[in-house]
Design a protein around this ligand. Structure first.
Ligand code: PLP
Length: 340
């Protein structure tokens, strides 16, 4: 069977399915605040379709952010949000501009919508030069600019001022993926009132530690939200996810404590890796990016039940390790100490 041209060479995105004792390869959170809850009370009706607009959930998200719910769309992870943005705004052969390396799903969705993802290379230390992006923007006139901030997999964070510099210079849609923003400061939320072309993506998969329920959302001005709602499937978010999302937000007060723990562990793992002479990059997220010339590091580690993320091609010999519980991080560090 012949598929459409744009995805002929696209490979299926297959997350690791290796068995594990310690999982540090996908940046999932550890704040199991809901684990002892009995979620489904009598008033929970499985026979009815879910609320197609996720109204109550969006109201709670709005309260958490200090944003009107009319500026929010919720769905199956920020992955669905990226899909919806492309579905609504990107035509065949349009250009999408980003920094590279970055989150690989931007490339996948660009392909699916027959668009051209153009990457501005990061500097040698994986910081980025905003002026280079602005220059490229002038040259190619992209339909969408997508910025992952803090960036996955490098952990590098761009300042609010520098993102504003981009917004001042472009009329393209500027999407800022803030999947890891809870682990740092510098959200673009307060800039929504100043820019009609700004879209912010958020997720429950990381700091909120609910990757398993698939819940993400976007925040933008109503003009953009209205367009997104035209292409969103009805009932895109199931009742169980909406319900758990609301319950999680009721307990958002624990977030600060968890984030503090992650940051403390992040600095500890950073220092440990540095003391072993790896090239380690400062991270604003819940993972650390590093370079190691040890052969097959992630493969051999996986044989011992510890999963970290390895990369290929331009990022050969680079790895990303999530910050887990203290004991998990210890096991990772002990493993590496044992082989060097
Ligand atoms: C993990 C991650 C997400 C979250 O995706 P979900 O579909 O919400 O789980 C989004 N963007 C980036 C850059 C990520 O690393």
């Amino acid at each position: 069977m012949k598929c459409k041209d744009s995805i002929k060479d696209l490979k299926e995105y297959k997350p690791s399915s290796l068995p594990f004792n310690i999982k540090l390869d996908a940046n999932e959170g550890r704040s199991n605040i809901l684990k002892d809850e009995f979620y489904f009370k009598d008033d929970f009706k499985f026979n009815f379709y879910p609320d197609s607009e996720s109204s109550q959930l969006r109201k709670e998200i709005g309260k958490y952010l200090g944003v009107k719910e009319s500026k929010i769309v919720a769905g199956n992870g920020s992955s669905e949000m990226i899909d919806l943005i492309m579905k609504a705004f990107v035509d065949k052969d349009d250009k999408i501009l980003t920094f590279v390396p970055t989150f690989s799903m931007y490339y996948v969705y660009s392909k699916i919508y027959s668009a051209n993802l153009i990457g501005v290379e990061s500097e040698e230390d994986f910081s980025v030069d905003i002026d280079k992006l602005i220059e490229k923007e002038k040259e190619i006139d992209p339909k969408v600019i997508i910025i992952c901030n803090p960036n996955n997999p490098t952990g590098y964070q761009i300042s609010v001022g520098n993102i504003k510099k981009i917004l001042e210079k472009t009329e393209s849609l500027v999407v800022v993926d803030e999947a890891y923003i809870e682990f740092t400061k510098g959200s673009m939320i307060n800039e929504l009132k100043n820019y009609n072309n700004l879209v912010i993506l958020r997720t429950f998969s990381k700091a909120f530690s609910l990757a398993g329920i698939r819940l993400g959302y976007m925040i933008a001005n109503e003009d953009i939200i209205d367009i997104i709602n035209k292409v969103k499937s009805p009932y895109n978010l199931n009742s169980i996810t909406q319900y758990i999302g609301i319950r999680r937000l009721e307990k958002k007060d624990n977030l600060g404590k968890y984030i503090k723990e992650v940051k403390k562990e992040r600095e500890r793992v950073y220092e440990e890796l540095k003391s072993m002479n790896f090239k380690v990059y400062k991270s604003s997220a819940n993972f650390i990016f590093f370079k190691s010339d040890i052969k097959n590091l992630s493969k051999n580690m996986a044989k011992k039940g510890i999963l970290i993320r390895g990369f290929s091609d331009d990022l050969k010999n680079h790895y990303r390790v999530s910050i887990g519980e203290k004991e998990e991080n210890d096991s990772f560090i002990e493993y590496i100490k044992g082989i060097i």
